[in-house]
Write a protein that binds this ligand. Structure first.
Ligand SMILES: Cc1cc2nc3c(=O)[nH]c(=O)nc-3n(C[C@H](O)[C@H](O)[C@H](O)COP(=O)(O)OP(=O)(O)OC[C@H]3O[C@@H](n4cnc5c(N)ncnc54)[C@H](O)[C@@H]3O)c2cc1C
Length: 540
C-alpha cells in the first residue's frame, strides 16, 4: 500500500510550537494532520532528565548547533546558536526556565500591528498551556498540559545568598514572575513535572500521537513549499536520499523555528526578490521582511569560586554522580530533577519602573561551555557559582538569509548584537549590577578572595570589553517572520497568514514582532495555542 501523501494540514517542524499545533488541529477528528520533523523521536533519557541539558547542548543528534556570522561588535566572534532538532525541537533541549514576559511586551506587539495580541488577549492562552502549582486564579490555571514546578524545594541553599544580595541591592522578593509583576528576585519556575522535562512534545504530542487523523513523520527534511500561483499546496521533502512530496487540502503551516521558517520561505521563493534572484530562485512573492527583524537576548556569565560547597562538589567523581543518579531514579528528586538556572529575577537598573531592563540568572554550579571528551558541558573542579545577566529588550535587529539555494546549507544568522547604543548601555549597566551583587554582605565569606572575577573597579569601557570577549547568546532567537499590518513591514498578519499568499501560515517564535522581556518558550507556546485557535476558527 502506498503511503498517504495528502492531508488537510501539513505542519513543518515538531518543536515547541509544532507539537501544540499537531495536538490542537488533530483534536478535531474531521481534520487530517501531518507533522513533519527533520530530527528523530528524541527518546533519549537526556531529553527527559532536566540535567540532561548539559548533554544535549552540543549534541548534533538533538541540536543543529548553528553559529552566527562574525559579530562586528563582539570582536568578530561567531556566537554559538544551538537549535533543537527532533520531536520537541528547542523545547526538548532548553533550560526550562518558565517566564512569560512583561505585560507591556504584548501591548507593544499590538502597537506594532499585531491586532488582538495585547496582554489581555494573550493571557487566556498562557493560562491554557499550564498546570500551575499556585492553582486557578487570575493569572494561572491548573488545567493545561505543561507542568510547571517552582524549584524552591530542590534549589541549592546557596540560592538564598543570591536572593539576599538582590534584596540588599533594592530588589523585592517575587514568588511569581508570571503573576502581577515581573520585577524582583526569587526561585524560577520551570516547565518540569514530576522531575521530568515537561515539553510540548512530552505532553501535547504524546497525548495526540495515537489519534488516527494525526501522522507524525520524523527524519523528514522539508526542502521547500509547493505553490500553485500564490497558493501553498504542499511541500517537497527528503528522507535520506529519497525525495517525496506531500499535499495539503487546507494549509501548510511553518513551525520550523526562527531560523528555519524564514529559510524555508526564502528557498520557496518568498522573500527579498533581488536576493533570491541572485541565487537563481524563482520568485513567488516579493516579501522583503522575511528573515529581517531577527532579535535575541545576549548574556554574560561570571564565575565565582566559593568557600562553601555547591553543585560542583555534588557532581565530583563517579561515586557522587552515581549517588545523584540513584536518588533521581528512586525519588525523581535532587539536582538532576531541576534546571541549573535555579534563581534569578528582573530589575530596572536605569529607572525605578516595573518594566525591567535586566534579567538575572543564578546557577549554584560553575561550568565551562566548552564540551569535554564525552560531549558534556564541563563543571569546573572547584566549588563555585555562576551569576549571569541578560538585557531584556534589546534594540539590535539582524537577519536570516540564505547562504545558497541548496536546502542542506545552513542559513546565515546575522543578529548584529550590540549594534544599538541603548543595548550597549544595558550591557554596562548589567555588569555593574552583577558587580554590586558580588560585593554584597550576603556573599561575604562565601566567595573566595580570588573570585572578584575582574568585575570590581572596572571602567565602563572595561566592562564592555569584557562582554565583547565573553558574552554570548541565551538562545532566544525570534522575530524573523514578524506579525504586522502589511507586506512592507512584516511577514504575517494577525491570524499568522503570510501576506499576499493563500493557505500558508507561520506559527512559531519567528512571528514575534518584538522580543519579550524574559525567556521565550512560554510565549512561543502561547503563539501556538492562539495560532491553532485562528486556524480552527477559519475552518469550522
Ligand atoms: C539551549 C537552549 C536553551 C534555552 N533555554 C530556554 C529557557 O530556559 N527558557 C525558555 O523559555 N526558552 C529557552 N530557550 C528558547 C526556546 O526553547 C525556543 O525559543 C523555543 O523552543 C522555540 O520554539 P519554536 O517552536 O519556534 O522552534 P523549535 O522548538 O526550535 O522547533 C523547530 C523544529 O523544526 C524542525 N525543523 C527545522 N527545519 C526543518 C525542516 N526543514 N524540515 C522539517 N523540520 C524542520 C526542527 O528540527 C525543530 O524540531 C532555549 C533554547 C535553547 C536552544
Amino acid at each position: 500500500m502506498s503511503e498517504q501523501n495528502t492531508f488537510d494540514f501539513i505542519i513543518v517542524g515538531a518543536g515547541s510550537a509544532g507539537c501544540i499545533l499537531a495536538n490542537r488541529l488533530s483534536e478535531c477528528s474531521k481534520f487530517s494532520v501531518l507533522l513533519l520533523e527533520d530530527g528523530g523521536s528524541n527518546k533519549s533519557p537526556w531529553i527527559k532528565i532536566p540535567a540532561g541539558f548539559a548533554k544535549t547542548y552540543y549534541s548534533t543528534k538533538h541540536n543543529y548547533c548553528y553559529y552566527t556570522e562574525p559579530q562586528a561588535q563582539m570582536l568578530n566572534r561567531k556566537i554559538y546558536a544551538p537549535r533543537g532538532r527532533g520531536l520537541g525541537g528547542s523545547g526538548a533541549i532548553n533550560a526550562m526556565v518558565y517566564v512569560r514576559g512583561h505585560r507591556d511586551d504584548f501591548d507593544d506587539w499590538q502597537k506594532a500591528g499585531a491586532a488582538g495580541w495585547g496582554f489581555d488577549d494573550v493571557l487566556p492562552y498562557f493560562k491554557k498551556i499550564e498546570s500551575h502549582p499556585l492553582g486557578d486564579n487570575f493569572y494561572h490555571s491548573t488545567k493545561g498540559n505543561i507542568g510547571i514546578t517552582n524549584m524552591q524545594k530542590e534549589a541549592h541553599p546557596i540560592c538564598q545568598n543570591f536572593i539576599s544580595a538582590c534584596v540588599e541591592n533594592g530588589m523585592r522578593i517575587n514568588h511569581d514572575f508570571n503573576g502581577e509583576e515581573i520585577c524582583g528576585v526569587g526561585i524560577y519556575e520551570a516547565n518540569i513535572s514530576n522531575g521530568q522535562r515537561s515539553s510540548s512534545a512530552s505532553t501535547y504530542l504524546n497525548k495526540a500521537k495515537k489519534r488516527r487523523n494525526l501522522v507524525i513523520r520524523t527524519h523528514v527534511k522539508v526542502k521547500r513549499i509547493l505553490f500553485q500561483d500564490t497558493q501553498a499546496v504542499g511541500v517537497s521533502a527528503s528522507i535520506k536520499d529519497q525525495q517525496i512530496r506531500y499535499f495539503a487540502n487546507k494549509e501548510v503551516i511553518l513551525a520550523a523555528g526562527a531560523i528555519d521558517s524564514p529559510k524555508l520561505l526564502q528557498l520557496s521563493g518568498v522573500g527579498e526578490a533581488d536576493d533570491l534572484k541572485k541565487l537563481g530562485i524563482n520568485i513567488v512573492k516579493n516579501l522583503p521582511s522575511v528573515g529581517k527583524n531577527l532579535q535575541d537576548h545576549v548574556c554574560s556569565s561570571y564565575i565565582f569560586e566559593t568557600r562553601v560547597k555547591t553543585l560542583n562538589d555534588d557532581f565530583k567523581g563517579f561515586y557522587k554522580k552515581a549517588k545523584l543518579g540513584f536518588r533521581y531514579l528512586m525519588t525523581r528528586g535532587g539536582p538532576l530533577s531541576i534546571s541549573v538556572n535555579q534563581a534569578g529575577g528582573f530589575v530596572n537598573t536605569r529607572l525605578n519602573t516595573a518594566r525591567p531592563n535586566i534579567q538575572l540568572y543564578f546557577n549554584p554550579l560553575s561550568y565551562q561551555y566548552e564540551p569535554n571528551a564525552s560531549g558534556l558541558v564541563k563543571p569546573l573542579p572547584h566549588s563555585g557559582v555562576m551569576l549571569s545577566y541578560s538585557p531584556c529588550r534589546p534594540n539590535s535587529r539582524g537577519s536570516v538569509t540564505l547562504s545558497s539555494s541548496d536546502h542542506r546549507s545552513a542559513a546565515l544568522i546575522q543578529p548584529n548584537y550590540l549594534s544599538s547604543d541603548d543595548d550597549v548601555i544595558d550591557i554596562i549597566q548589567g555588569a555593574k549590577f552583577v558587580a554590586k551583587l558580588s560585593q554584597s554582605v550576603a556573599f561575604r565569606g562565601v566567595f573566595t578572595a580570588s573570585a572578584s572575577n575582574n568585575l570590581s573597579g572596572k571602567s565602563d569601557l572595561d566592562l564592555l570589553q569584557q562582554f565583547k570577549e565573553r558574552g554570548g547568546s541565551i538562545y532566544h532567537l525570534c522575530g524573523t517572520c514578524a506579525i504586522g499590518l502589511n507586506d512592507k513591514n512584516s511577514v504575517v498578519g494577525a491570524s499568522l497568514k503570510v501576506h499576499g499568499l493563500e493557505s500558508l501560515r507561520v506559527v512559531d517564535a519567528s512571528v514575534f514582532p518584538n522580543i519579550v522581556s524574559g525567556n521565550i518558550n512560554a510565549t512561543t507556546m502561547m503563539v501556538a495555542e492562539k495560532g491553532a485557535d485562528h486556524i480552527i476558527r477559519d475552518y469550522k
